[in-house]
Design a protein around this ligand. Structure first.
Ligand code: NAD
Length: 462
């Protein structure tokens, strides 16, 4: 789904006019169907640490054309900047400045990925903290500067996490691939060495079963299609009023449909009964069902406020508490545990849908932003609760994504909203789905409590 302006700008007269008038010229972003290879080569690995050598070896094992310098390269597909041992801001330039001279040689859709350690807030070494924090400014600025659909993102591997840990390898492969087309200027933090490398990187969800809420259309339907292509078996949930669409996508993907309103008081118990009846054990739970009821706060009413909170966050709290209760890790709303035949695996991946509105707030969306900021805090706390269990919880925060939800925004406001990011366009539902696919995979076991923005580096928020 390409918007009208972008279709126009991709014609010869449109391109000419845009250039003359200084209008945005959004690049065509390659998705995985256009560029199935894991790494766009040649890939240059910068850095002199043992970690840099390790990363170069990993890329070689993936079949990439790996170089350690830019010498003689007229076209650069990817750059990995390894900054894992920096102890002072003065050490960053030496490693990264060779990239400056190669910026104009970056291929369309090129990827820059830094690998560094997160600032810890400890007073032990002020220069190390400043160096680590500095990488954030570097990556976010590179994200604004790269052109032609190229992106810059970073991986933050916690102290003690080796650079060949499953989470680091998984994040590197994801950020280098076309699967991260609409992620720019962001960091993925790998906080533990947990997780496993997949048997097949192209089908990392093979043999896993996922429940996706709000799956009849929009982002939920894209998540279902992506999960299916990554090998997952699916239970697809949506309200009875969306039954026709739900049946269609369930037939298409050979998935099991579940018609249910997630806000029904007995919804969690009905989900559990449904799974038990069919002997289904979930490896992934995607909490995607969501609604908007926008109004300036001066005109806000309980009729607009309450359903948004109920669907977007309260339903998630109830379902997750009850599901965890089946394993003695949580409790149902009435405080009782619903222990019995397991319906969730001990390596469950929970991914919830937040929004950039939940990070930066948004005019007319007090109710929605309250619910989505709640989601961000919820997954953070849930990850803490799940520490040591093998299960993880994370969120993705989409920016402007082209769906029926955003099609309802008034035309001028919509046109502005889709342009105010580094990639000058709205994302596709597929972009959000790919991020959730990665966070639901086995290698992502060391990524927990994170909110990954899929927003093309939208200027709102951090
Ligand atoms: P959408 O309106 O196209 O689809 C939402 C789906 O959720 C629908 O199929 C709907 O029937 C279902 N649903 C709604 N209430 C439900 C309920 N009570 N029980 C079960 N299912 C229910 O929306 P979308 O754009 O695909 O958004 C999906 C998620 O992504 C939402 O959580 C939304 O807040 C979030 N999001 C979207 C955007 C965007 O730009 N589209 C941006 C940020 C976040």
């Amino acid at each position: 789904m390409t918007d009208t302006y972008t279709r126009l700008i991709r014609t010869a007269p449109g391109r000419f006019l845009a250039k003359r008038a200084g209008l945005p010229n959004p690049p065509k972003l390659a998705r995985v169907d256009d560029r199935p290879g894991a790494v766009l080569g040649p890939v240059v690995v910068l850095g002199a640490s043992a970690g840099a050598d390790q990363v170069a070896q990993i890329l070689l094992a993936w079949g990439a054309d790996v170089r350690r310098r830019f010498d003689g390269l007229s076209r650069v597909g990817s750059v990995v900047v390894v900054l894992d041992e920096i102890e002072h801001p003065g050490a960053i330039g030496e490693i990264v400045l060779p990239l400056a001279g190669a910026m104009r040689s970056l291929a369309p859709g090129a990827r820059i990925v830094t690998i560094s350690r997160p600032a810890t807030g400890s007073g032990e070494s002020l220069s190390r903290e400043a160096a680590r924090g500095g990488v954030e400014g570097l990556v976010r600025s590179l994200g604004h500067e790269v052109r032609k659909g190229a992106t810059a993102n970073g991986i933050l591997a916690a102290d003690g996490v080796a650079l060949d840990a499953p989470g680091v390898q998984g994040a590197l492969r994801f950020l280098l691939s076309a699967r991260s087309a609409f992620i720019d200027g962001q960091f993925l933090a790998v906080s533990t060495s947990e997780g496993e490398l997949p048997g097949d990187w192209d089908r990392p969800l093979a043999g896993r079963t996922a429940l996706i809420t709000g799956a009849a259309r929009g982002i939920g339907a894209a998540i279902a299609r992506t999960f299916s292509s990554l090998g997952a078996q699916l239970v697809l949930l949506d309200i009875p009023a969306s039954g026709t669409d739900l049946a269609r996508i369930s037939n298409e993907l050979r998935a099991t449909p579940l018609q249910l309103d997630v806000t029904a008081p007995d919804a969690p118990e009905r989900v559990i009964a449904f799974l038990r009846e069919r002997g289904i054990v979930l490896d992934a739970l995607v909490l995607n069902a969501g609604i908007t009821k926008d109004k300036l706060f001066a005109n806000m009413t309980p009729e607009r406020w309450d359903p948004v909170i109920a669907v977007n966050i309260a339903s998630q709290l109830a379902l997750v508490e009850t599901l965890l209760g089946t394993q003695g890790e949580g409790a149902a709303a009435d405080g009782s545990a619903v222990v019995g035949t397991p319906v969730i695996s001990s390596a469950l991946r929970i991914v919830s849908l937040a929004s950039t509105s939940g990070i930066a707030g948004n005019r007319g969306q007090t109710n929605y932003a309250t619910s989505k900021a709640g989601v961000i805090a919820f997954v953070d706390a849930l990850a803490d609760r799940l520490d040591g269990t093998g299960m993880t919880a994370n969120a993705v925060a989409p920016g402007f994504i082209e769906t029926e939800m955003t099609a309802r925004i008034p035309a001028l406001q919509r046109e502005i909203a889709r342009r105010v990011n580094s990639l000058q366009q709205g994302g596709q539902p597929l972009d959000v789905a790919e991020a959730i696919g990665f966070l639901s995979s086995a290698p992502a076991g060391g990524i927990r409590g994170e909110t990954l923005r899929v927003c093309g580096q939208n200027i709102v928020g951090k």
